[in-house]
Design a protein. Structure first.
Length: 291
């Protein structure tokens, strides 16, 4: 798998998304049904250039080989991508990438995968001053719109208030909601939003971004930490606090995972130094359950 650093170094989000998605061939999951009066004809091996929407994922999972079912008809789903673009997403890992950079690559790759299957894909960027909302569409230009929105998004401020978020849950629409966030919150505002989306849209895949330097606390000596959203600062000796930090972090992560799953979210932690394959695999798995 291509590393996030290599994908980001391309400085071309559409190309990076295509490279990541096509490099993870078995990440393409087909949403399928049998057409009226149609019968299964045959499998045939995948060949470069074939329509990836016709891959049989279940067979690939059993045999580790890629086949196409020639008698199946494609259907589509609605995929709603949700990006947390608050200031904490500017946290930079040791590889030089911000959480926002990783989130852009990831959402662009997921959008590419979904579009290849004929799904209607939309994007909402959560900003303190309001929402940027790109309604789900399945037309040929939607990816271009989505890439542009991701490329021009910058992380700033704090999480939007309940009034700003209200339009997201104003009407029921069956969809797979994919939220990418670092879950930095003051009063469970992200959790509250996702609970409402779980009620109105039905499925929530929560991808929790964590930097390697957070997980492993790679800092050394006297360090001044600054809260990117409030500006508050804290000075400490990283070597003395490492064990305490890691213990408290693991306790918080376990509690966060348990709470998310209690609410019915499909929750997964992602290390921003790791390739995108884990997130794409979970995305496909969730889509397979919806097909």
């Amino acid at each position: 798998m291509l590393t996030p650093e290599l994908l980001y170094a391309l400085r071309n989000l559409p190309l990076a998304a295509k490279q990541a998605a096509e490099g993870f061939l078995h990440g393409q999951h087909q949403s399928r049904r049998h057409g009226a009066g149609m019968e299964f004809s045959q499998y045939r091996p995948y060949q470069p250039g074939d329509d990836l929407r016709r891959l049989d994922w279940r067979l690939a999972a059993r045999s580790d080989r890629y086949y196409l079912r020639e008698s199946e008809v494609d259907t589509s789903l609605t995929v709603h991508l949700l990006l947390d673009a608050t200031a904490s997403m500017n946290h930079r890992d040791d590889n030089g990438l911000r959480k926002l950079d990783y989130a852009r690559l990831l959402l662009a790759a997921l959008a590419y995968l979904a579009t290849q299957q004929g799904d209607a894909v939309g994007l909402t960027v959560l900003l303190p001053g309001g929402l940027y909302h790109l309604p789900p569409r399945a037309d040929a230009r939607q990816l271009t719109r989505l890439y542009h929105a991701l490329e021009t998004t910058e992380a700033t401020g704090t999480f939007p208030d309940a009034g700003t978020l209200a339009p997201l849950t104003a009407r029921r629409q069956r969809a797979l909601t994919v939220c990418v966030s670092d879950l930095y919150e003051e009063e469970s505002e992200i959790e509250s939003l996702l609970k409402r989306l779980r009620t109105t849209s039905g499925e929530v895949l929560l991808l929790h971004l964590l930097a390697r330097n957070e997980l492993e606390f790679t800092f050394r000596g006297a360090v001044t930490f600054e809260d990117l959203e409030t500006g508050q600062r804290l000075q400490l000796d990283a070597d003395q606090q490492r064990a305490t930090w890691q213990q408290q972090l693991q306790e918080w992560l376990q509690a966060t995972a348990q709470q998310a799953r209690r609410h019915g979210f499909d929750y997964h932690q992602l290390n921003t130094s790791a390739p995108l394959d884990h997130a794409m695999r979970e995305f496909m798995r969730r889509r397979m359950l919806l097909s």
